[in-house]
Design a protein around this ligand. Structure first.
Ligand code: AMP
Length: 181
C-alpha cells in the first residue's frame, strides 16, 4: 500500500504517519525527517538545506526528488510506504508520477485542521524551524504550493480527508478507518 499524508504544517501528520506506518508494517518516509537528519549530522546536504528550512522555504525540487528517489529504491520500500511531506509541489508530483506511475498511490490522506489550533501547536513544539516568522512563512508556502495538490489528487479520485484534531489515539483510529483498516 502506498499512501501519501498531506496537510498544513503542524497538523500532526508526522506523528500520525509514524503510528499508522507502524500499524501497517510499512516504512514511514518523511523528507522533513531526512533533511533534519542531514542537518543534525552535518552532511553537505544538511549544510545546504539548513538555512532554507529555518526560513520556512521549500528545498529545491531537484535536491528533494533525488533524495526521495534514493529512499524509494531501498528494499523496505518494495512493500509500500507512507509518504509524509512529499510531494509538496507540482514539480514533485510529476517526479513521483515518473517514479511510481500516475496511479502509483493508493490514497492521499488529507489532514484537515483548524488554523488557529495549528499555530498554537507549532508555537508549543519548540523545533529549530518553529519561530513565529518561520511558521507564518511555512503556512504561506503551503497555501501557495502544496494546497493546490489536494485538487489534483481529488481529481484522481484518491483523496480522503480526516479531521486531525483530537486525542492522538483517536486520530490514529480515524485514519486507519479512512484507509479501510
Ligand atoms: P516537515 O517536517 O515535513 O514539515 O519539513 C520540514 C522542512 O523541510 C520544510 O519546511 C521544508 O523546508 C523541508 N522539506 C521537507 N519536505 C520537503 C519537500 N517535499 N519539498 C521541499 N522542502 C521540503
Amino acid at each position: 500500500m502506498r499512501i501519501l499524508f498531506i496537510g498544513p504544517p503542524g497538523a500532526g501528520k508526522g506523528t500520525q504517519a509514524a503510528r499508522v506506518a507502524d500499524r501497517l508494517g510499512i516504512p514511514h518516509i518523511s523528507t522533513g525527517d531526512m533533511f533534519r537528519h542531514h542537518v543534525s549530522t552535518g552532511t553537505e546536504l544538511g549544510r545546504l538545506v539548513d538555512s532554507i528550512m529555518k526560513a520556512g522555504e521549500y528545498v529545491p525540487d531537484e535536491i528533494t526528488v533525488e533524495m526521495l528517489r534514493d529512499r524509494l529504491a531501498e528494499p523496505d520500500a518494495a512493500k509500500g510506504y507512507i509518504l509524509d511531506g512529499f510531494p509538496r509541489t507540482a514539480g514533485q508530483v510529476v517526479a513521483l508520477d515518473g517514479l511510481i506511475g500516475v496511479d502509483g498511490l493508493d490514497t492521499a490522506l488529507e489532514f484537515a485542521i483548524d488554523e488557529d489550533a495549528l499555530v498554537e501547536r507549532l508555537l508549543g513544539r519548540g523545533r529549530a524551524d518553529d519561530s513565529e516568522d518561520t511558521i507564518r512563512n511555512r503556512f504561506k508556502v503551503y497555501q501557495e504550493q502544496t494546497a493546490p495538490l489536494l485538487d489534483l489528487y481529488r481529481d484522481r479520485g484518491i483523496l480522503v480527508a480526516v479531521d486531525g484534531l483530537g486525542e492522538i489515539d483517536v486520530v490514529t483510529e480515524r485514519i486507519l478507518k479512512a484507509l479501510g483498516r
